[in-house]
Design a protein around this ligand. Structure first.
Ligand SMILES: *[C@@H]1O[C@H](CO)[C@@H](O)[C@H](O)[C@H]1NC(C)=O
Ligand SMILES: *[C@@H]1O[C@H](CO)[C@@H](O)[C@H](O)[C@H]1NC(C)=O
Ligand SMILES: *[C@@H]1O[C@H](CO)[C@@H](O)[C@H](O)[C@H]1NC(C)=O
Ligand SMILES: *[C@@H]1O[C@H](CO)[C@@H](O)[C@H](O)[C@H]1NC(C)=O
Ligand SMILES: *[C@@H]1O[C@H](CO)[C@@H](O)[C@H](O)[C@H]1NC(C)=O
Length: 648
C-alpha cells in the first residue's frame, strides 16, 4: 500500500472514532413536517419507469457527482429524507431496500409462491442476476428522483429555487467505481461514504449538520422481530467491519478502506479479464459453477460483485469480536447505503459488457436457488417476470428482454454515449469504449507494461503501433505504478507481443462454513497473525463468498457450488528475479506456483480454515496465452485455456 493511502486511512480512523462518541442521528430540519409534504405514488400496481420522463441522463461516478455541488446537496438531502421516512412506507429506504432480502414480506402486492415465504425477491446464482437488479435500481432511482424534485421546490422562490430545480431535473443515481485507481491521495473507498458519520448539508433552510446518509442507515423505527437473527436483531444502524458484536457496534471504515486499497488491482484485473475474455452471457452473468463449462470461465460479474460485498461488510479477524457487517450477508446487505452505489457499478459493468457482446443474451437455465417468487429448479429465461417490478397498469412485469436496452429506463453511462444500446455499435464508438476500458482497468495488466516498455524502446520489435499512440496511453496512466521496476524484466514476460496470463480457478460450496467467508491467496507463507493478511506484501488477492448466516434463509443454498477467480500474473511478475522465477512459461511458473501459492480462509466471524479441510473447496491453476492489442483501441486477445494442476 502506498504511503498516501495509509495517511488517509489514519485520518479516517480519527474521524470515525471522534464521531462514534457522539452517536446521534438527525435529519435535515426544513422547518415543516416533511412527511406531510412528500407526494407519493399511491395505489397498486406501482409502475417502474425509471427517473424523469423519457430523457436519458448520465449516471456519474460518485466522486464526479460530488463536483456538482447543487446535485450533490440534493442527493444527500434526498437520501436522508428517504432514510428518515417511516419504514412502513413501501417507498421509504426500508421499503425499497427490504425488497432484496429481509424483511420477508410482500412488496407492491406481489405475493410469494408457496414454500418461498422465508426469503426475498433478489435472484442470485441465476441468469437473471444482472437483469433483475436493473429495474430494482431504476425503481430506487425513480423514487429518489421524485424526492429530489420536491426538495428543490423548498428553496425560496426565484433564483435559488430555479437553480436547484435545474440541478434536480437531470439527477440520476451515482455509481462507485471500486476497480479504478482512486485520485492521488485518496482511498478507493470515498471519504463521502466512509469518512464521517455526519455531513454538512447546505439546504433550503441553511447549513446544518445531519447524519451522513452514505455512512449508515438507521432503522425508522427498529423492528427486531423483522431482523430474524442475532446480531442483526440488536443493531439499530447498518455497520461495516463492526467494532463489536454488541449493541455498541460502530463501523470501522478504515479497515474497509484497507480491504479495497489492497484489492483494487486484483478487482481491476478480474474486471479487465471479464471484459476481454468472457463472451457468453450464461457464464458471464452469475457465479453458479457449471462443471461442464470451459475452465476459462470460472469468473463472472456476480462473483466479482460478491467479493466487493465481503470487502465492504468487513469482519474477519480484525476486531476483538469478529463479525461481518450488513454488506457481507445476502439478506441484510441492501440496507447499507453502499449497496446501491455498488450495484450501480455492477449495472454499469453489465451495460458495458453488453455493448462489447451485443449478440450474447439470456439463455434458458434452471434456477439454482429459490427467491420469494422463484421455485428452485424452475426454468428461467429472457421472458421470466422480474418481480415485483411492474412495467404496466395491466400487471405485466419487466423482463430481461425489456431491460436489455437500459436507456428505456432513462439513464446511461458516459462510456456508452457513443455506443447505442441494443444495436450493433459503430466501430468508432466501440474503439472509444475499449480505450476507456484499457485506461481505467488495464493498469495492472501486463498489457499496460507492454505499452510502457514499447515507449521506452524495451520491446522494440513485434508491433506496428505508432509511438505517439502508446505515449498518449502512458501519459494518461502516469500514476499507476513504478515502471522503472518493470523494464529489465519485460523480456522475460513477453514473447513478441504475447505473454501468458495465470489464474487461480476456485470453487466451493457457498454455505460450506458458518456464513460468508473470504479466500486469500499468498505467494509464500501467510503472516501468522490473520489481522495482517490483507495488508501483507505477499498477499495476491481475495475472493469473497457472499452467503447467508446459515442455510435457513429460504433460498435453499446448501447444495450450491459457486466459482470465481484470483488472477496471479501481477504477483508472479513482482516475484520475478528476487523470488527465483525467471519467466511466465509453464516450465518455470508451474513449479514456482506449486512451491509458493498458498490459500487461507477466514469467515466473516473470524474463524480460520485450512482449505484442505473443506471438502467442496477446489483450486485449479490455469493459464492462457494473451496477445497484446496493437492499438489502445482494442482489448487483448485470449488464446485457449490450459489446465495445469490442482492445489489445495
Ligand atoms: C415487525 O416485523 C414483524 C415481522 O416482519 C411484523 O410482523 C411486524 O408487523 C413489524 N412491526 C411493526 C411495528 O412494523
Ligand atoms: C454459453 O455457455 C453455456 C453454459 O456453459 C453453454 O450451454 C452454451 O452453449 C454457451 N453458448 C455459446 C454460444 O457458446
Ligand atoms: C478443467 O479443470 C479440471 C480440474 O478442475 C480438470 O480436471 C479438467 O480436465 C479441466 N478441463 C479441461 C477441458 O481441460
Ligand atoms: C461476541 O463475540 C465473542 C467473541 O467471538 C463471543 O465470545 C461472544 O459470545 C459474542 N457475543 C454473542 C452475544 O454472541
Ligand atoms: C522503483 O523500482 C526500482 C527497482 O525495483 C527501485 O529501485 C526504486 O526504488 C523504485 N522507485 C520507487 C519510487 O518506488
Amino acid at each position: 500500500m502506498s504511503l498516501h493511502r495509509l495517511s488517509l486511512l489514519v485520518l479516517v480512523v480519527v474521524v470515525s472514532l471522534a464521531h462514534s462518541v457522539l452517536a446521534q442521528y438527525t435529519p435535515y430540519d426544513y422547518r415543516f413536517d416533511v412527511n406531510q409534504k412528500v407526494k407519493r405514488q399511491v395505489g397498486q400496481p406501482f409502475i417502474v419507469r425509471g427517473a424523469g420522463s423519457g430523457a436519458v441522463q448520465l449516471r456519474q461516478e460518485i466522486r464526479q457527482l460530488q463536483q456538482d455541488t447543487d446535485q450533490w446537496t440534493l442527493y444527500i438531502l434526498g437520501l436522508s429524507l428517504l432514510q428518515f421516512t417511516d419504514q412502513t412506507s413501501p417507498t421509504s429506504w426500508y421499503g425499497l431496500t427490504g425488497i432484496h432480502g429481509i424483511p420477508h414480506k410482500t412488496w407492491g402486492g406481489v405475493g410469494p409462491t408457496p414454500g418461498n415465504e422465508n426469503t426475498g425477491y433478489c435472484t442470485h446464482s441465476s441468469v437473471l442476476f444482472p437483469t433483475w437488479h436493473r429495474p430494482y435500481l431504476a425503481l430506487y432511482e425513480q423514487v429518489l428522483y421524485q424526492v429530489v424534485q420536491q426538495i428543490a421546490t423548498w428553496w425560496p422562490e426565484g433564483a435559488p429555487r430555479q437553480r436547484y430545480q435545474a440541478a434536480a431535473a437531470n439527477f440520476r443515481i451515482p455509481y462507485w467505481d471500486w476497480a479504478a485507481s482512486p485520485p492521488s491521495g485518496q482511498s478507493v473507498l470515498p471519504l463521502s461514504v466512509g469518512g464521517s458519520q455526519y455531513v454538512e448539508a447546505d439546504g433550503p433552510n441553511g447549513v446544518q449538520t445531519i447524519s451522513n446518509p452514505l455512512f449508515a442507515y438507521t432503522f425508522q423505527p427498529f423492528n427486531a422481530t423483522a431482523m430474524v437473527q442475532y446480531p442483526w436483531n440488536i443493531w439499530e444502524s447498518t455497520v461495516r467491519s463492526p467494532t463489536t458484536n454488541g449493541t455498541d457496534a460502530a463501523s470501522n471504515n478504515a479497515l474497509v478502506a484497507v480491504n479495497f486499497d489492497q484489492n483494487v488491482d486484483s478487482l481491476a484485473q478480474r474486471l479487465y479479464i471479464i471484459f476481454s475474455n468472457y463472451n457468453n452471457y450464461s457464464t458471464f452473468s452469475n457465479n453458479a459453477w457449471i462443471p461442464a463449462a470451459n475452465n476459462g470461465t470460472y469468473d463472472s460479474l456476480e462473483a466479482l460483485h460478491d467479493t466487493v460485498h465481503n470487502l465492504a461488510g468487513g469482519g474477519g479477524q480484525n476486531q476483538p469480536n469478529p463479525q461481518g457487517g450488513h454488506m457481507s450477508y445476502i439478506p441484510y446487505s441492501a440496507f447499507d447505503p453502499i449497496f446501491f452505489l455498488h450495484h450501480t457499478m455492477v449495472d454499469r459493468i453489465f451495460a458495458i459488457w453488453q455493448a462489447l457482446h451485443p449478440e450474447s443474451w439470456v439463455m434458458p437455465e434452471e434456477a439454482t436457488l429459490a427467491s420469494y417468487t422463484t421455485t428452485k429448479g424452475q426454468t428461467q429465461d429472457s421472458t421470466t417476470p422480474l418481480t415485483p417490478f411492474f412495467a404496466g397498469v395491466d400487471g405485466t412485469f419487466w423482463t430481461s428482454d425489456m431491460v436489455r436496452d437500459h436507456t428505456r429506463l432513462g439513464y446511461t453511462y458516459a462510456e456508452l454515449v457513443g455506443v447505442p444500446a441494443g444495436t450493433s455499435a459503430s466501430q468508432q464508438g466501440l474503439s472509444t469504449l475499449k480505450r476507456t476500458i484499457n485506461r481505467l482497468y488495464g493498469g495492472s495488466s501486463p498489457v499496460n507494461m507492454f505499452f510502457q516498455g514499447l515507449v521506452r524502446g524495451v520491446q522494440g520489435k513485434g508491433s506496428k503501433r505508432g509511438e505517439d499512440k502508446a505515449a498518449s496511453l502512458v501519459e494518461s496512466r502516469e500514476d499507476t505504478g513504478n515502471t522503472s521496476a518493470l523494464e529489465p524484466r519485460s523480456g522475460a514476460i513477453f514473447v513478441g507481443n504475447q505473454y501468458r496470463e495465470w489464474i487461480a480457478n476456485i470453487r466451493v460450496k457457498q454455505q460450506a462454513l458458518d456464513g460468508p467467508f473470504s479466500i486469500h491467496l499468498f505467494m509464500g507463507k501467510a503472516p501468522a497473525d490473520p489481522r495482517n493478511w490483507q495488508s501483507a506484501p505477499n498477499h495476491v488477492g481475495t475472493m469473497g463468498v457472499f452467503a447467508s448466516d446459515d442455510d435457513d434463509s429460504g433460498m435453499d443454498m446448501g447444495h450450491l457450488t459457486i466459482s470465481g477467480t484470483i488472477p496471479l500474473t501481477s504477483s508472479l511478475i513482482r516475484n520475478m528475479g528476487a523470488g527465483g522465477l525467471s519467466s511466465l512459461e509453464p516450465r518455470d511458473a508451474e513449479n514456482y506456483l506449486k512451491r509458493n501459492l498458498r490459500a487461507q480462509i477466514v469467515t466473516a466471524k473470524g474463524r480460520i480454515f485450512d482449505p484442505k479441510g473443506i471438502d467442496s473447496f477446489g483450486m485449479h491453476i490455469v493459464s492462457s496465452v494473451v496477445r497484446v492489442p496493437s492499438t489502445e483501441d482494442e482489448l487483448p486477445a485470449w488464446g485457449p485455456v490450459v489446465s495445469h494442476f490442482d492445489l489445495k
